[in-house]
Design a protein around this ligand. Structure first.
Ligand code: FAD
Length: 280
């Protein structure tokens, strides 16, 4: 029996400067597009802080014939603003969305009645019918604000039942947490794909800091090994590639439906991992 190729997607964030945007569109996107991903996605800054830049990038990519999904949250926006953005995406030929609750930047209050991501999914379905393929977020190591493991899965099901087509996970380095989570989701009656989010390791200090906030655990053995390299960036790079390639290989061998790479706008090391896996 031939194994099905996993679905591959690549995520970017909107660069802050015109030069960064130009580099992303003219160098990074073509280099990663050459690997043949199913689609790209572009994040949406907490509280809607990148509303225009996210839209600008996805529109340019769409005009270049690339399948791209804007992330969308209702953090700092009311329903009218989200509705306008959705209409704009429909008119631009965008066919996918990643729908999120999002996080608010500190000091900023929500300006909407919508509180959870399932309500955004309902809102999109009510306004746009089946136009969009909608992805939502999932947390194999459980969302940091969750009351319990089971309630987090219950709320994932609520988002999928509201009309999302599939989910993409927060990144993780404990592969068992992902497969255990898939089993518990199946027990809870979830039958839609849950794609694995994978974060290549580039800057370990930044990754460790970010992981503490988003509830992703970096196993002790990886931390200790990384710490032992100190400022030896080449060793950090090599070990990071080895760890993440092995993680992806296990995911593929064990039947994960697909991998979503958090590229951090870098061609390498995503391309190197991709090539190590022989996916091309
Ligand atoms: P929800 O699904 O609404 O869940 C949030 C919390 O509330 C969870 O603890 C959940 O268990 C709980 N909950 C859900 N529904 C209910 C309910 N009805 N009653 C009580 N509790 C409930 N952030 C950004 O700002 N921009 C991005 O572009 C972005 N992209 C992301 C992409 C992916 C693939 C992932 C995994 C995360 C992304 N995030 C992004 C982070 C995300 O916005 C945060 O993790 C946020 O805190 C939760 O968003 P959510 O959509 O999962 O929220």
């Amino acid at each position: 029996m031939t194994k099905q190729k996993p679905r591959i997607s690549f995520e970017f964030f909107p660069p802050k400067t015109p030069e960064g945007k130009q580099k992303l569109l003219q160098e990074t996107v073509p280099a990663l597009n050459a690997l043949g991903p199913e689609f790209f996605s572009v994040t949406y800054g907490a509280g809607g802080t990148t509303r225009d830049s996210t839209r600008g990038i996805v529109t340019s990519m769409r005009e270049a014939g690339i399948d791209v999904a804007p992330h969308l949250s209702f953090g700092g926006d009311d329903e009218y603003a989200v509705g306008d953005l959705l209409d704009n995406y429909v008119n631009s030929g965008i066919k996918r969305l990643v729908a999120l609750r999002g996080d608010m930047p500190s000091g900023m209050g929500a300006s909407t009645q919508l509180v959870y991501a399932n309500q955004l999914v309902e809102f999109v379905r009510q306004r746009c019918g089946d136009h969009f393929e909608i992805e939502v977020a999932a947390y194999p190591e459980i969302h940091p604000e969750s009351d319990s493991y089971d309630s987090d899965i219950k709320f994932l099901k609520q988002k999928l039942d509201a009309g999302a087509n599939s989910a993409i996970t927060q990144y993780f380095y404990n592969v068992e947490s992902y497969f255990y989570y898939l089993d518990r989701c199946a027990d809870a009656g979830i039958d839609k794909p849950i794609y694995a989010g994978v974060m290549p390791i580039t800057n370990f200090q930044n990754l460790a800091r970010f992981s503490r906030n988003c509830g992703a655990e970096i196993p002790r053995w990886i931390c200790r090994r990384m710490e032992s390299y100190g400022n030896d960036q080449e060793s950090v790079r090599k070990f990071g590639l080895e760890v993440v390639t092995q993680l992806c290989q296990t995911l593929i061998d064990s039947g994960a439906p697909g991998i979503h790479f958090y590229t951090m706008n870098q061609v390498e090391p995503t391309r190197e991992i991709y090539n190590n896996l022989g996916l091309k």
